[in-house]
Design a protein around this ligand. Structure first.
Ligand code: MF3
Ligand code: CO
Length: 289
């Protein structure tokens, strides 16, 4: 149904459409007519929703800070799960991974050649030299946040250390490209180029996603995409940047009988950082990291 210019705006501001998002919609429509992929209204967040997502993201950050303080060699990944679970509840949140499509734990812990969706386990003990991604996602007052960090356990090899750094730099390179009226492909290409320039590869099959009102929303966010392609970025979009960077080949595998854990096909190390980012009027705001 088409909004009339004097109708209340779809964004919930209470203002008339013509005084609120009418010009914005027209601009998006011009891109659509040129054949660009454009965001539907459902994924453009209102100021009230952004505030809710921001609060959820603050909790996500606090949980990761808590992990950072306590992670150490000799602990199991199940202990990380308990740290995350208990902290989330203490802060009034709900761990989004728990029971999500059957996921059995409150956090993903992906160690060494595990690319993502690692399942915390009592028998997986952190050893000096390991690198591990801890991926935390929180529901707070109905709003979703999602971010992850890498941790190096004690002294790690120079190669592992560099991979972890490159994966983090990829996020920074990607963020530089996040601005309204650009394309997600601008960001994806910047991420990919940085990984390749450092002798690493980027996983193609798994990517980021819109987030905020649901755990995983449109769009799928690729990091092997091309400048000027993929969805148009507009103010109010919230999505994750979370490239999985491999030291060897970009190919990934799963083991029979396991629905979740993704590994590098060649057994090489993999690293990933993740931010939740908001597209603003003049660039971006990191909501969770
Ligand atoms: N946090 C992951 C992401 O970045 C999603 C994990 S789904 C789960 O999208 F069920 F494994 F938690
Ligand atoms: Co995510």
């Amino acid at each position: 149904m088409k909004l009339e210019r004097n109708d209340p705006c779809w964004c919930g501001s209470g203002k008339k459409y013509k005084k609120c998002h009418a010009d914005f919609d027209e601009k998006i429509e011009r891109f659509r007519r040129q054949g660009c992929e454009v965001p539907p209204h459902e994924i453009i967040k209102t100021p009230e929703q952004i505030e809710g997502i921001r609060e959820s993201c603050k909790i996500n950050i606090a949980i990761l800070d808590h992990v950072a303080q306590h992670i150490h060699a000799g602990m199991s990944t199940e202990e990380i799960n308990q740290l995350v679970h208990n902290k989330t509840i203490e802060l009034g949140g709900i761990p989004a991974p728990l029971d999500y499509e059957g996921f059995p734990k409150s956090v993903c812990t992906s160690i060494n050649d595990q690319v993502c969706h690692g399942i915390p386990d009592e028998s997986v003990i952190l050893q000096e030299g390991d690198i591990i991604n801890v991926d935390v996602s929180t529901i707070y007052k109905g709003y979703f946040s999602d971010s992850s960090r890498m941790f190096c356990i004690g002294e790690v090899s120079p190669e592992a250390k560099r991979l972890v750094e490159v994966a983090k730099e990829c996020i920074e390179k990607g963020l530089e490209q996040v601005k309204p009226w650009g394309f997600l492909g601008d960001m994806g290409q910047a991420v990919h180029e940085h990984a390749l320039a450092n002798g690493c590869s980027v996983v193609e099959e798994i990517g980021g996603h819109g987030v905020g009102l649901e755990f995983h929303e449109e769009p799928f966010v690729s990091y092997v995409s091309h400048r000027g392609e993929e969805m148009l970025m507009v103010p109010g979009m919230v999505f994750t940047i979370e490239p999985m960077v491999n030291a060897g080949s970009p190919d990934v595998v799963m083991m029979e009988g396991d629905d979740w854990i993704v590994y590098t096909a060649d057994g090489s190390l993999s690293a990933q950082w993740e931010v939740t980012v908001l597209v603003t009027e003049d660039g971006y705001e990191i909501l969770a990291y």
